[in-house]
Design a protein around this ligand. Structure first.
Ligand SMILES: [Fe+2]
Ligand SMILES: [Fe+2]
Length: 257
């Protein structure tokens, strides 16, 4: 099975980057399953049903999310209709949506689990223990999108899940890390998949507002950067019938003005 995991899609520019680069990436890597983190897909904050439908049309099979899941008020009401979208599985009991999805491709089952870290993040249950209980309920190849700020937490989780998950890929920082590797018990791990959005930006946003916020500490509205070159980050990998990783490659493509 050939998998492509796309980093956080940041607003309109991120969607434009996916629209521009994905056709060529698909031709070259021939993924069976395409996953994308969509927590910033609508205006940089959260995801609306309209954008969810737009991403489905781009052939994204599974969408993961993170701390921005509830940024749009409508998401809480419409998440039950977004059957290809998952939110962190370790959000507190009773929260709408689901944290795990299993799809069938080529007569094989592929399971995606979304978890969120607890370092510099909001309220959630323990992602380590939640992983164990979700993993118990699934069979076949399992991949985890671990949405976290701290590299240490993501690395600790990856080693905790080594041999239990087929792949652990981090999201949230919007900065792609160059540490993709197979851990001793066979789990593919990358600390962060990166993002799709404007290259000359502060994690996808226009740079002026964050600079002012850091300089003066005053609140400033963040807007998605729509100017300049675009960036497309993803992780591709392939696994065999024994669920062993046979190939993997980090993708970082830029172009356009
Ligand atoms: Fe994000
Ligand atoms: Fe995030």
């Amino acid at each position: 099975m050939r998998i492509l995991h796309i980093g956080d899609i940041i607003g309109r520019t991120g969607r434009k980057a996916v629209t521009s680069f994905l056709p060529e990436v698909r031709r070259k890597y021939r993924p069976d399953v395409i996953i994308a983190n969509a927590e910033n897909a609508s205006g940089g904050f959260g995801i609306t049903y309209a954008v969810y439908e737009e991403l489905l049309k781009l052939d994204i099979d599974i969408m993961t999310t993170g701390n921005h899941i509830w940024d749009n008020r409508e998401t809480e009401m419409s998440i039950h209709k977004m059957d290809k979208l998952i939110r962190p599985g370790n959000l507190p009991e009773g929260v709408p949506g689901k944290g795990v999805i299993t799809i069938s491709k080529n007569e094989q089952k592929f399971t995606m689990i979304n978890l969120i870290g607890r370092v510099y993040m909001g309220l959630s249950d323990c992602p380590f223990r939640k992983f164990d209980s979700l993993r118990e309920q699934t069979e076949g190849f399992v991949m985890v999108d671990f949405h976290g700020e701290a590299t240490s937490e993501k690395a600790a989780f990856a080693f905790y899940a080594d041999g239990k998950a087929g792949a652990v890929v981090g999201t949230h920082t919007h900065v792609q890390t160059a540490d993709e590797r197979v851990l001793p018990k066979g789990t593919l791990f990358q600390t962060d998949a990166g993002m799709c959005g404007a290259l000359n930006s502060v994690i996808g946003m226009e740079k002026e507002a964050p600079i002012e916020r850091f300089l003066k500490g005053v609140p400033r509205k963040f807007e998605v950067e729509k100017r300049g070159k675009m960036l497309f980050n993803a992780l591709f990998f392939d696994y065999n019938d024994n669920h062993e990783i046979v190939e993997y490659e980090r993708l970082s493509i830029t172009s356009g003005d």
